[in-house]
Design a protein around this ligand. Structure first.
Ligand code: FAD
Length: 265
């Protein structure tokens, strides 16, 4: 049983507390396993920070933090950066200027019915879904970042992040296999949103009924008919997705106007 108090939430909303907790865990726990960032690791981390700084919705404290981090990383002529210097910037230097990231994890729509379930992986999916939708809403924001020439920059950054840093190595291998098969076929922002949705559902199918399944949140094709009735159709007795309606639903669900600040700092 989790010792955290249960936080009531609405399944049709996305919570900024989950996104902030994703970044908290990523910067303070996941990255901490790498003493020094250099070479490809440093490049992957920089690109991740740029994408979040440019595409994270709302322009609040998170964006300021990621912008400061990105400016700092880009200004350093160093070929390698100790992790401690990044942590020092996130924990101390930015705090002085009033820019900070919550000191604790607060899972809301990613909370599990007991410790060890859901949490960070759930929030990382959520973060990248939000970023794909935001890139579609504001494609010009990645101009002059070096990422603008790619058809699916958010997916490419996610692929490289997962491959390099994601703590679950087996997950990384599965994701890499899927990316190698079809990520290069993605040609625009709409396909980018749908590729990630489809890939996430593939993982849901594979994991349904396994130990990682939270009994309160069983893995199933998403969105459910109750969340999005028009996403589901039947052709010749077989279930099919209405992809236009799925895209419409994803743009709304992961869009800036559907983010709830409840439980956020
Ligand atoms: P999650 O699957 O984490 O989903 C989080 C939330 O996203 C859901 O509550 C729902 O609101 C929404 N959602 C669900 N499906 C979709 C969809 N198709 N599109 C958009 N939104 C959706 N675990 C393994 O055991 N093996 C693996 O190979 C593996 N690969 C992973 C690869 C990646 C890139 C990531 C980020 C995680 C992976 N995981 C894997 C972890 C696993 O997918 C879950 O994140 C974890 O088990 C927690 O599950 P959850 O119930 O919180 O729901």
């Amino acid at each position: 049983q989790s010792t955290e108090p249960w936080r009531d939430f609405n399944r049709s909303q996305v919570y900024t507390a989950d996104l902030e907790s994703a970044l908290h865990y990523l910067l303070r726990v996941e990255l901490a396993t790498h003493n020094i960032l250099k070479g490809e690791e440093l490049k992957v981390f920089k690109d991740f920070v740029i994408v979040v700084a440019k595409l994270y919705p709302g322009g609040g404290s998170v964006v300021k933090l990621m912008e400061t981090l990105s400016d700092w990383l880009l200004s350093l002529p160093l070929q390698q950066i100790p992790y401690q210097a990044i942590l020092d910037l996130v924990d101390n230097k930015m705090r002085i200027s009033g820019v900070f990231l919550g000191k604790e994890l607060r899972w809301v729509s990613c909370q599990g019915s007991r410790a060890g379930l859901r949490g960070y992986p759930c929030s990382l999916w959520t973060l990248f879904h939000v970023l794909t939708v935001q890139h579609d809403a504001k494609p010009a924001t990645l101009k002059n970042t070096g990422l603008e020439s790619q058809a699916a920059p958010v997916l490419q950054v996610m692929r490289r992040y997962i491959r390099t840093f994601f703590g679950c190595e087996l997950c990384g291998q599965h994701f890499e296999q899927a990316a190698a098969v079809s990520m290069d076929k993605v040609q625009n922002q709409e396909q980018q949103i749908l590729w990630l949705w489809n890939q996430h559902n593939m993982v849901n199918y594979r994991l349904a009924g396994t130990l990682s399944d939270d009994p309160l949140f069983p893995k199933a094709p998403w969105p459910s008919p109750s969340l999005c009735p028009s996403c589901h159709e039947e052709k010749d007795g077989i279930h099919v997705w209405n992809q236009d309606n799925v895209l419409h639903f994803l743009r709304h669900h992961y869009g800036a106007s559907n983010l709830s600040p409840k439980y956020s700092l």
